[in-house]
Design a protein around this ligand. Structure first.
Ligand code: 3PG
Length: 308
């Protein structure tokens, strides 16, 4: 019997990505079922009931969703961060959870750079702005997105530094990046800090008051990663006590409305996460997800498994 794959995206992929995913599964003889732009969790619970595989974006694959999918063998998060999958629940059912690392990195990196320009130029309003050239950019986590940000920023004439205890120092230095020994050093010495850490137990609320208050005078924090990594109490204090500080984010905090109303030009948050929202990123991540599912069933390939 042919495998049934559910594409569950509450934020739908671009049409050209969806038609390409369809073609990949048609050629493999798999059935693709689409649940796009849904707003009710009940629709997801119903749709997943007879799925052998599932492709998601930031959609939440909770224990409840997994329990509603008795045939499910593989979940692919078409993207990098997999904090939206209950890995323990997946592992308990021997479900393989994967991501598609690197596939949407350039899209997110371009948005991070765009956000730097946006705050540097007063949210594109009149008044005296500043330039990125010769400013110090601190990249917090030098993974796929961080590396793309570094490469683009070099073209703007920025001086790149990074902190990432999981990447060998020599590898970062080989790319012309000054490596900070501590996270504090990164925040103390950068004009812009761009966040690229995942959300997990170690990083949640780790960008706290102590770290924020170390930022240079006039510095800006750019967050295209996850809202959970920034401590909102610390962020609010920073805004209140440091009138020089700016924050632009693609993952708006719960206090978004308050920050926008109170701090106007110094704060920007997108309504819905859109860093990976390009046709190119959708094609890259969506096609990779489809191919990974076929390779999993046909060859037992678990290359990008994240719950080993
Ligand atoms: C990721 O982790 O890949 C990005 O945050 C993109 O998320 P999205 O697919 O929900 O836009």
């Amino acid at each position: 019997m042919s495998k049934k794959v559910l594409l569950a995206t509450d934020k739908a992929f671009a049409p050209e990505a969806v038609s390409g995913i369809q073609k990949i599964f048609d050629e493999a003889g798999y059935e693709l079922v689409k649940l796009e732009n849904y707003t009710d969790k009940a629709d997801l619970l119903k749709a997943v009931a007879d799925a052998d595989a599932m492709i998601i974006r930031s959609d939440k694959a909770t224990a409840e969703v997994i329990a509603a999918a008795p045939k499910l063998k593989v979940i692919v998060r078409a993207g990098a961060g997999y904090d939206n999958i209950d890995l323990a629940a997946a592992t308990a059912r021997d479900i393989c959870a994967m991501n598609t690392p690197g596939q949407n990195s350039n899209a997110v990196a371009e948005l991070a750079i765009g956000m730097m320009l946006y705050v540097a130029r007063n949210k594109f309003t009149k008044g005296i702005g500043s330039e990125l050239r010769d400013k110090v950019l601190g990249i917090h986590a030098y993974g796929n997105v961080g590396r793309f940000v570094a490469n683009i920023a070099k073209g703007f004439g920025m001086h790149i530094r990074a902190f990432d205890p999981y990447v060998p120092k020599a590898a970062m230095e080989a790319e012309g990046v000054y490596v900070c020994d501590t996270v504090e050093e990164l925040y103390e010495t950068s004009d812009y800090v761009s966040l690229h850490i995942p959300a997990n137990a170690e990083t949640t609320r780790s960008i706290n008051k102590n770290l924020l208050f170390k930022m240079k005078n006039g510095a800006a924090l750019i967050n295209t990663a996850r809202k959970e990594v920034v401590c909102e109490e610390g962020l609010k204090l920073m805004f209140a006590e440091r009138p020089d500080f700016k924050y632009a984010t693609d993952v708006a905090p719960d206090c978004h409305a308050e920050l926008l109303e109170t701090y106007g030009l110094r704060y920007h948050g997108t309504e819905k996460k859109m860093g990976a929202g390009t046709g190119e990123a959708n094609i890259n991540a969506g096609f990779a997800a489809a191919r990974q599912i076929i390779a999993f069933f046909e060859k037992g390939d678990r290359t990008f498994q994240v719950n080993r």
